[in-house]
Design a protein around this ligand. Sequence first.
Ligand code: UDP
Length: 568
Amino acid sequence: QAVFQSDVRTLLEQVGTGKESLSFMKRRIRRLAAQWASAARRLDDKLRNHWREQKRILVHVGFLTEESGDVFSPKVLKGGPLGEMVQWADILTALHVLGHDLKISVSVKELHGFLGVPPGRGSCPLTGPLPFDLIYTDYHGLQQMKQHMGLSLRKHKCHIRVIDTFGTEPAYNHEEYATLHGYRTNWGYWNLHGQQYMTMFPHTPDNSFMGFVVEQLNETERQNIQRNKVNNMAVVYGKEARMWKLKGKERFLAILHRYMEIHGTVYYETQRPPEVPAFVKNHGLLPQQELQQLLRKAKLFIGFGFPYEGPAPLEAIASGCIFLQPKFDPPHSSLNHEFFRGKPTSRKVSSQHPYAEQYIGRPHVITVDFNNSEEFDAAIREIMKINVEPFLPYEYTCEGMLERVHAYIQNQDFCSPEAPFPPVNLSMPWLGSRPSPFILLPNSSILTWAPNASSYTPWPPLSSLRLLASLEDQSCVKACQSAGLICEPALYRFINIKEAFSALDFQCEGLESEMNHLFPAFSVEHAECGLQQDPLLFSCAGSSAKYQRLCPCRDYRIGQVALCSDCL
Ligand code: UDP
């Protein structure tokens, strides 16, 4: 039985010392400890009577190991990326607070020690059982585990979770398919289940959304913020001088400067970086807490297009700022932008921070074309006029993250062999021949399955499944979204059956089974129905003008998109 623990002292000891990155993480863990503790109390109340199994968990932070080059640690105080450190600090805290038996490794030597690989041996297959129920790592760590565990990695890989900031789609993850169809990258092809990859934002339902947390304000702090907001104060998003190099920046900064005083937090050593105009008040890189004080005063937080999808805009919005960011038209992706090139995803990034754009939106987030001076000017004038309250989506609070990680740990299972579907002796509801454990409720094109006597306990539960057909050239991500739902890859196997086609009124001239990340799908031209041959390729992403795809959608909790209403 796992017991919530709010004292973080043992966690801080485990994190260790000797690197700036570890010190950053420890400062964060200390600063947020009280928030985690009260979140744990609330979740404990909410989950009353739930049995929570205590898991043995190894966290191996690959990118911080010397063996991977550790390029991050030396940049912590120089404006380098901090989002990853923020996320790992929060993952460690969540696992600790949930009361699991945690081991932390930031070197290959420690990894060996925890896995029981004898010292001095290169690649040594683990002979005994894996001493952990779960291993959280990243792509670097995965590579290191492969080198040092050899073939036994394959045997144990269902226990692994990969923290993967931008996400990995199934087509890129499947080695054979990626090689045959041009989806090979430097990262993918580990043949994991898509949901074993865990992302920083809910980028794609093909992966699990891990996230991080943002400090939440209490009532007094909210009131103080409202009182002390400076209506004409803007802070620029971008702690490295190179983020200020954007073409055309002079034009929109000049417009902004007409209305507002502009602040920056750009790292510098001795001299002011030439990229930062003289009228900007540059504070230099600030400790997280001081940045937060600045954001609590400011009215506007403005992005220049880079970095993509970081934590800072959520911190700004939670501090009562409006986040103004550039729209990308055409969207940035691995096809047209250097930063995303070679990343194992086809996702199209429509602005600097699509989560802020799509999940939060106005009045907290305003997304405009920065090259259109009139549109930009109008946005600034609107911002000067409106008043916004601090806002933080539940999924980015400590309680939201604890709830989600708890649900994953207790329910996600990539190790047990899956029960066959359709189960033997089960009549399909739409055949209407015999009484069945499923009730089918036609509701225009949406069908609801309500299991009432099933011995199968998939997670998310079948009660949340809604079967939908996509339009031609539409992905299941979009198809589910347009019905107010979310695509759920874990439920694909329940719709990868020929009966699902007839339930949607598709008349199959032929039926085949193939490895194709768009399947199950209906080929419009040939009236062919295609089933998915390899469960590893079940994918919400992807579309083709040739196909209408079958999509397993589910509902989700407001503010906690990772969980369906019956998921806890
Ligand atoms: N940050 C900071 N000081 C600053 C600017 C940013 O401590 O002067 C922190 C900020 O609080 C955030 C983290 O840096 O949690 C990462 O921010 P960003 O969104 O820039 O993402 P990154 O590109 O660093 O991953």
